[in-house]
Design a protein around this ligand. Structure first.
Ligand code: TYM
Length: 330
């Protein structure tokens, strides 16, 4: 069975609708016919300063959300990145394979670093995509389900895999980005030209927020001055984004929704979508709660995941260490 790997950062109190529609929904679907590895990337989280107690809590809540969304720990290997030391170890090897200029071309670093004072920008934030490459390559993943914003990191991963394979000998599988066209970029509700992101709370729908407050955010989403509910990403970015969300959460096609809402105003449409969101998140929130209530079970799931992940990761790292000329020991 083909392998799939992906990761998500535990850097917010809740995942948001962009995370879900861009990536996590695909994580769940791919479990059926893939050997899946999914991790909560706490090593990546510390590229910006984290409060320790908050990081611990957010890591647990992240695992609970993945379970609630339908990641099945029996079928998939669900783990926390720092529990598998091979990530940091292969990360170092990959750093030594990456050109400084090559790393400097990563646009996400440019965006993220521009938002902070220079003295707060860590070297870790700069080398972040190289650690991400290690995450993927350790598991010999064939596919990596992510949103559009990760495309460039996947290109870097392939370049590094190719470089290692040709400098030494074939070692790494070349991974492909699994990016679903319609939902690869979910937009901010207040600024439909920007992607929905945890750095802009006003325009984001969180899985764990009060569902009524989320419905309200939908009702006050920025749209346009026309009246027609029609998909046109260029001229009607706000309505198109809402149509994408509505369609993904209900399984109705965009065309069906356009017909259903022909002649109706934006207000009715948004009100209905608010209800759809409430119906969707409420049972997920209940599940998250019950996973968080059983601490022992959650710990067991993380431990089992880490053991399974290490088994695969250690094999890859051993091959790499040997090929680059590190002396064997023990
Ligand atoms: P992160 O934690 O920022 O986001 C998790 C996933 O959500 C997707 N995403 C979106 N998709 C559509 N629309 C949006 N508005 C939106 N916002 C976020 C992201 O593309 C991502 O797939 N670097 C990664 C984490 C990572 C990783 C990995 C991913 C670390 N190692 C290995 C894949 C493989 C990140 O910061 O994702």
């Amino acid at each position: 069975r083909p392998r799939v790997l992906s990761g998500i950062q535990p850097t917010a109190d809740s995942f948001h609708l962009g995370n879900y529609l861009g990536a996590l929904r695909q994580w769940v679907a791919l479990q059926d016919d893939h050997d899946a590895f999914y991790c909560v990337v706490d090593l990546h989280a510390i590229t910006v300063e984290q409060n320790p107690a908050e990081l611990r809590q957010r890591t647990r809540v992240s695992v609970a959300q993945l379970l609630a969304l339908g990641i099945d720990p029996e079928r998939s290997t669900l783990f926390v990145q720092s529990h598998v030391p091979e990530h940091a170890q292969l990360g170092w090897v990959m750093q030594c394979l990456t050109g400084f200029g090559e790393a400097g071309r990563m646009t996400q670093f440019k965006d993220k670093s521009a938002r902070q004072a220079a003295e707060h920008v860590s070297v870790g934030l700069f080398t972040y995509p190289i650690l991400q490459a290690a995450d993927i390559l350790l598991y010999q993943a064939n596919r990596v389900p992510v949103g559009e914003d990760q495309r460039q990191h996947l290109e870097l991963t392939r370049d590094l895999a190719n470089r290692f394979n040709s400098r030494y000998s074939p070692t790494f599988t070349l991974p492909e980005a699994h990016i679903v066209k319609g939902t690869a970029k979910i937009y901010d509700l207040q600024d439909p030209a920007a992607k929905m992101s945890k750095s802009v709370p006003a325009g984001m729908i969180e899985l764990l927020a009060d569902p009524k407050a989320s419905a309200k955010k939908i009702r006050s989403a920025v749209t346009d001055t026309e009246r027609e509910i029609r998909f046109d990403a260029e001229h009607k970015a706000g309505i198109s984004n809402l149509l994408t969300i509505y369609s993904s959460l209900t399984g109705k096609t965009v065309a069906e929704l356009e017909t259903q809402y022909a002649g109706q105003g934006y207000g009715d449409f948004k009100k209905d979508l608010g209800e759809v969101v409430i119906e969707w998140v409420t049972p997920i929130q209940d599940k998250v709660k019950s996973y968080l209530d059983d601490k022992a079970e959650l710990d067991k799931i993380m431990q089992r995941g880490a053991e399974r992940a290490r088994h695969v990761a250690a094999r890859t790292l051993a091959k790499v260490y040997k090929k680059i000329g590190f002396l064997p020991h023990g």
